[in-house]
Ligand binder design. Structure first.
Ligand code: KG4
Ligand code: ZN
Length: 352
């Protein structure tokens, strides 16, 4: 089975062809990714209109290249998958429309993919792991701890009540004058800094459940930075190190809460999977590996280029869904919001 995947929900345009391997994981035949980071850097964040236009400009070339690198043509495919949300609506429409058009023209089945489900299933493509597993999904837009029970079957154990983890890294970077995206810069600065110089708060620590709250930590960082301004290079490094240490403590504590909630209903997870752009952070990875070793859990972190947004995860989700006979038709509309666990979302919004 071979599927083309298209990703345009945020600031990467990507097209990829993935094949189902004999062992049940995925063979990535091509994964063409074009990042728009440079186009958004001057604004300190992603500008939706610029993103949508940039996707339009490169997508068909990228699809052509993905097919060429994979050495397949449209007729060799078993289906076409496109991310249909959640994300920036202009960009989502670009990729979704392109995917539908290709499916229609080539008479192939079409799959509208939930971008979060694609992040959630990536570890099955890379490592062939079985359900159920515990997932920490942490990016610039999302922070969730989820029980992944099966394709389309997710139980959200925790989420952030304010900022996403990547967003907190980006905002701290911005207040310290470090360029966007801030996560990697903060991590680099932290290497030179003293994680104990500032005793920043660890919001939600030891609270029941697995929810996050990061805006208080972000505010504490801002107040401290203002108090000691002007900042010398060593101050920036110490703030980054102390901030990152606080985030690490919070992440491990919340994953611990998530594991407890997981076990209460879903038994023993086959693994702890860490996905999303924040999974690139070495300090967070190391702390979670230590935690997993203590609790006898296997940790799976997909390679970095598959943790951040990419078309391969969309193609793989297409394979997972096609295998179960799940396809979508041409009326499927782009979804700016599309929770993995709709039930948890309703509870969260006070509607249930
Ligand atoms: O998954 P992703 O590529 O895009 C989405 O947000 O969907 O994640 C990007 C986010 C940004 O907020 C970025 O600052 C953060 O991941 N990030 C990091 C690191 N590398 C990327 N955060 C902390 N440490 C890093 N090394
Ligand atoms: Zn993403």
């Amino acid at each position: 089975m071979r599927v083309l995947g298209i990703e345009t929900t945020c600031d990467e345009t990507s097209a990829s062809v993935v094949a189902l391997s004999a062992s049940g994981s995925g063979d990535i035949l091509s994964n063409e990714v074009m990042s728009q980071i440079a186009e958004h850097a001057a604004y300190g964040g992603v500008v939706p209109e610029i993103a949508a236009r940039a996707h339009v400009e490169v997508l068909d070339r990228l699809v052509g290249r993905a097919l060429q690198v994979a050495d397949v043509s449209l007729k060799d495919l078993d289906g076409i998958a496109a991310a249909a949300g959640p994300g920036l609506i202009g960009g989502v429409i670009v990729g979704l429309t392109a995917g539908k058009a290709l499916a229609l023209a080539s008479r192939k089945p079409f799959v509208a993919v939930n971008h979060l489900e694609a992040h959630a299933l990536t570890a099955r493509m890379t490592d062939g792991i079985d359900f159920p597993y515990l997932l920490l999904l942490a990016s610039g837009g999302h922070t969730q701890i989820v029980s992944v029970r099966g394709v389309g079957d997710y139980r959200r154990l925790g989420t952030t009540i304010d900022d996403a983890i990547g967003e907190a890294f980006d905002k701290v970077a911005k207040m310290l004058g470090l360029p966007y995206p801030g996560g990697p810069k903060v991590e680099r600065e932290a290497l030179q800094g003293d994680p104990q110089r500032f005793a920043f708060p660890r919001p939600m620590l030891r609270r029941p459940g697995a929810d996050f709250s990061l805006s208080g930590l972000k505010t504490a960082v801002r107040l401290e930075a203002e108090r000691i301004a002007p900042l010398r290079p060593i101050d920036v490094a110490d703030i980054c190190a102390s901030f990152q240490a606080a985030v690490v403590d919070v992440v491990v504590d919340r994953v611990r809460g998530g594991l407890k909630a997981f076990r209460a209903e879903d038994g023993h997870p086959t693994a702890l999977v860490v996905a999303g752009g924040v999974a690139a952070n070495g300090a967070i990875r190391r702390a979670l590996s230590r935690f997993a070793a203590e609790t006898g859990l296997r940790v799976v972190t997909p390679p970095l280029d598959l943790c951040t947004d990419n078309g391969a995860m969309i193609a793989w989700t297409g394979i997972e869904r096609l295998r179960l006979g799940l396809t979508d038709d041409m009326t499927f509309a782009a979804r700016p919001r599309w929770p993995l666990d709709a039930r948890a979302e309703r509870v969260h919004n006070g509607k249930a």
